[in-house]
Design a protein around this ligand. Structure first.
Ligand code: CP3
Length: 358
């Protein structure tokens, strides 16, 4: 069969599910699927630092493809990090073993005013080159997801200087100087919107915004500080000709979304990521049929024995119902996970066929 007609004829399952369609089976990928749980990732990582891997397109391409080759996931995700957008803004980031560190965090108006909104194509050329190489390496086997941090989550890193238990510096900024907080959020949002548009122009076929720490906010503050600026990014992306023309699905993931479902449903994203603290069926009942859902197996469930794991996977599949659902974990896979259990999860998802197939 000529390759050109066969790839043009059928849209990948993942993209169809993102658009809310019924699919003959539920597509699956996994957050952090290119990571330390994989021996083949650790082999590459033993020879290069994490940042070197991100900045070397050949290495980023190699590890992006590993989980596709080994497990047959239905989507690939660019190997990079949400924090790569900070250095071009004026904030250096280091990645020691314990997690990212920003040596000079941003805590006041003057520091916020010094940050710039960079040109992502000029400042992050290695990301765009990685996207191009990955698309070529995939050869149509799976669509490629680009990603960025959502404005609020990036602000937590910029202000805390890394991860945090209580986010007290972030809350000091939000409640002590809300105007400065919004000025910082706006710079993050404009940076991220341009960055994601550039990834799409380089070849990303869907994009995900990671709001990993928006769950620390009260419902009203979620709307004011996280959702508002995620909407700003989504609206800017929708207005971008390349994104609109290719109907690139936009995914918004909030870790700890349960308290905010009504407002979450208004984000403007095509698909909402759901963590494991709430049942997918409950989310579906609350947000309606207009938006697709992605999730939501507890990453910890991968520590179950295979038989018990299969039961949990089937439960998530049944709640998703094969309509506008992409199977995923509720957050990233953890390093001690046994890759054979990942295989069990993928095989279980792929074995479940829906009789409603269009
Ligand atoms: O999903 C994928 O396979 C793509 C790659 C990816 C990474 N980071 C690679 C990574 C993606 C999508 C991310 C996003 C990211 N980075 C998020 C949002 C998702 C989430 O987990 O909430 C966040 C909060 C970060 C920031 C970050 N990067 C942290 C907190 C850490 C340290 C903790 C950890 O898990 O290692 C990183 C480092 C990081 N990012 C690694 C990987 C593979 C480990 C680096 C190493 O090999 O030492």
């Amino acid at each position: 069969m000529p390759a050109m007609t066969s790839t043009a004829a059928v849209e990948p399952l993942f993209l169809r599910a993102c658009r809310g369609e019924r699919t003959e089976r539920t597509p699956i990928w996994m957050m952090r699927q290119a990571g330390r749980y994989l021996p083949s990732y650790r082999a590459v990582r033993s020879k290069a630092s994490f940042l070197e891997m991100c900045r070397t397109p050949e290495l980023a391409c190699e590890v992006t493809l590993q989980p596709i080759d080994q497990f047959g996931f239905d989507a690939a995700i660019l190997f990079s990090d949400i924090l790569v957008t900070l250095p071009p803004m004026g904030l250096e980031v280091a990645f020691p073993e314990k997690g990212p560190v920003i040596a000079e965090p941003v805590r006041d108006r003057a520091a916020i005013d010094r940050l710039v909104v960079p040109d992502p194509v000029a400042e992050l050329p290695y990301v765009m080159e990685a996207v191009r190489q990955i698309r070529a390496g995939l050869g149509g086997r799976a669509p490629l997801i680009g990603f960025a941090g959502a404005p609020f989550t990036l602000v937590t890193y910029a202000v805390e200087g890394g991860g945090s238990k209580d986010y007290v510096n972030t809350k000091q900024l939000l409640f002590g100087d809300p105007r400065a907080a919004h000025a910082l959020l706006e710079k993050m949002a404009d940076t991220v919107a341009a960055y994601l548009a550039a990834q799409v122009e380089a070849g990303a076929q869907a994009v995900q915004l990671f709001d990993s720490w928006a769950g620390i906010l009260s419902p009203r503050d979620f709307e004011e500080y996280a959702l508002r600026w995620a909407k700003h990014v989504i609206a800017k992306l929708r207005a971008h000709p390349g994104v609109a023309a290719a109907r690139v699905p936009i995914i918004y993931f909030v870790n700890g979304c349960a308290p905010y479902l009504d407002s979450y449903a208004t984000s403007g994203a095509d698909m909402l990521g759901v963590d494991w603290r709430i049942d997918l069926a409950t989310v579906r009942a609350r947000v309606g049929a207009k938006v697709a859902l992605q999730g939501n197996l507890d990453p910890g469930a991968l520590f179950l024995e295979p038989d018990a794991l299969r039961v949990r996977v089937e439960d998530v599949l049944a709640q998703g119902g094969g309509v506008g659902h992409v199977f995923n974990l509720g957050h990233g896979v953890t390093p001690p996970t046994n890759p054979e259990h990942v295989r069990v999860m993928v095989e279980t998802v792929k074995a479940r066929h829906w009789s409603h197939a269009a």
